[in-house]
Design a protein around this ligand. Sequence first.
Ligand SMILES: [Zn+2]
Length: 261
Amino acid sequence: MADATCVRRLFVILCGFEILPKSISVRGADSRFILSEPVFVYLLDTEDGWVLLDAGLNPDNGRDAARVQERFGRFGLRPPVIRDVHLLEPQLRAIGVAAADIKHVVLSHLHYDHAGCLAQFQDAFVWIQRREFEHAFSPEPGFAYFRDEYDIPGLPWRFCEGDWELMPGVRFIDTRGHTEGHQSALIELPEAGRMLLPFDAGDLQENFDREVLPGESCDDAAALAALLRVKALAAQPRTTVLLFHDPAALQAMRLSPDCYC
Ligand SMILES: [Zn+2]
């Protein structure tokens, strides 16, 4: 018997790829390995309206030459690969959803590969852990915070702290460590059971199997605790994990407009 849930369907929307040294995702990995890592947005069809988890990649980060140079090129980094088939708005439209239909956007954290299309969802309540918000709006939050993508005047921010529930079946857990206020999601579906969405608490299956941290963290002890917390939840019955950055796991995923229900 499924736990009480307001969620009817979960869509996995593929928003593009990041071209990264494996050491960004697995600390100490062989520096010769370059991965093409997916980036997603999750869309929930709930009894209380449409809910978006994360806000994807800003296409300009892969397509606007001046911006690519400013944000990636001058650091010797590759920009993300974002083709037309990865654009968020047409993929939402294919499900029958307009940006204005989104009632809530819940952000795992404010790195550019999680908050890139926030400007499209200014009618939604935007939920974030309070300490992530405070860090992101501090003077020097770090390379992966693209302030112009989330410092949007009038955006209706809503704050959460620690573990919390948006509505029955839509829960978030504190997985601080990758960043100051990172959170992961637990979504209850009527048929499929529990979907565990780690976001950046662990990028690849290898992080969880070997209990090795991703390359970046603001607090290694907290990041390891978060990784182990997600691993323990993943071992619970009727639980499916959808990894956010694993190119191998992507191959078996049910992508939109197909869905999990
Ligand atoms: Zn991140």
